[in-house]
Design a protein around this ligand. Structure first.
Ligand code: F6P
Length: 359
């Protein structure tokens, strides 16, 4: 099948490096005679005419260093669950997407997204849309790829925040608790915690016992340290306890995690008698300029996606298997979460250095 025209969309939460992927796809596709069409706001952009635009090399000049996505994104709803009203009458969302994909004369679709978006892309693939996926998430929890772009930028930001908190914690002889993102995986907390020299790191993979954490912080004080830093992943939870939620799952929205940092802060203050403060880094971790690592990974992903399209390798996603960029079947990677393995060397090293995980 000869490929003349491809669509590109971004879905799910934004991650620094999305624009770098778009740029790499557009430039490498254009250079081999393939036209690119940018689709706005994930699959929603295929529902009606007017939400797509041609993307030329000129349109993507200067976006390499920009966070966010020039195409817009959404992270709610499953197109296979609902019907919608269209200018051609009511119809299932997914049927409309497929109809418009063909009407627009697209030959393939590059879908840049997290687990949810890639799972939806796979379903569209089964219904005849030739798909190549590009995995993205700051959480780094996608199975099949060692890294996702966005993770390094989030870790760099969180590490810088911990450095800043060290200064004020030391000045006031306080314990500072910093809550980071990551959903059900502790990658950001582990990397930023070790990178920032935290004394306790709480991750979803290791349910914590708060008395073990406070004992360690007290011992640290007895050894002369008058301040401590605790990093809590938003998905961390106490032994025998449950996740702390900001919002329960509802119709079109997944559950929103958050609040564990404040709880841990309160408990540590109560048990140690020390002054404690907590801070939630939240969406600041997703904003800003991608690091050079993320720009390069995103660029490699975009280039590889176009290669896969040219070879007709549909139903695949690009992946990082250091030092190579490879392809994997999307179906083998979605619907799972890549969590921190208990034998991961960084985890073992952190423990050997005296960092407590509350276990
Ligand atoms: O998956 C990326 C992520 O930033 C998670 O770390 C976080 O739990 C979630 O998205 C926040 O989503 P929203 O932008 O919908 O608040």
């Amino acid at each position: 099948m000869s490929i003349r025209r491809i669509g590109i969309l971004t879905g799910g939460g934004d991650a620094p490096g999305l624009n770098a992927v778009i740029r790499a796809v557009v430039k490498s596709a254009t250079n081999c005679g393939i036209e690119c069409v940018g689709i706005e706001d994930s699959f929603d952009g295929l529902l009606e005419p007017g939400r797509t635009r041609p993307l030329t090399s000129r349109d993507v000049t200067g976006i390499l260093r920009l966070g966010g996505t020039i195409l817009g994104t959404i992270n709610r709803g499953n197109p296979f669950d609902r019907a919608i009203d269209t200018s051609d009458g009511p119809m299932p969302y997914s049927e409309r997407v497929i109809q418009m994909f063909h009407k627009m004369g697209l030959d393939a679709l590059v879908v840049i997204g997290g687990d949810g978006t890639l799972a939806i892309a796979h379903q569209f693939g089964q219904q005849g849309i030739p798909i190549v996926g590009v995995p993205k998430t700051i959480d780094n929890d996608i199975v099949g790829t060692t890294n996702c772009f966005g993770f390094d930028t989030a870790v760099a930001f969180a590490t810088d925040a911990i450095d800043r908190l060290h200064v004020t914690a030391e000045a006031h002889h306080r314990i500072m608790v910093v809550e980071v993102m990551g959903r059900y995986a502790g990658w950001i907390a582990l990397y930023a915690g070790v990178g920032g020299g935290a004394d306790a790191i709480l991750i979803p993979e290791i349910p914590f016992d708060i008395s073990i954490v406070t004992r360690q912080l007290r011992e640290r004080e007895q050894r002369g340290a008058r301040f401590s830093i605790v990093v809590a992943a938003e998905g961390a939870f106490p032994k025998g306890g449950t996740l702390t939620l900001l919002e329960e799952k509802r119709a079109d929205h997944v559950e929103r995690l958050g609040g564990i940092g404040a709880q841990v802060c309160e408990a540590i203050g109560r048990e140690t008698g020390k002054e404690t403060r907590s801070v939630v880094l939240g969406h600041l971790q997703r904003g800003g300029t991608p690091t050079s690592f993320d720009r390069i990974l995103a660029t490699r992903f975009g280039g590889k996606a176009v290669e896969l399209i040219k070879h007709g390798a549909f139903g695949t996603m690009v992946a990082f298997d250091p030092p190579d960029i490879i392809s994997r079947l999307i179906v083998e990677c979605v619907g799972k979460t890549k969590t921190v393995p208990m034998d991961f060397d960084l985890l073992k090293t952190a423990k050997a250095l005296g960092v407590t995980f509350g276990d």
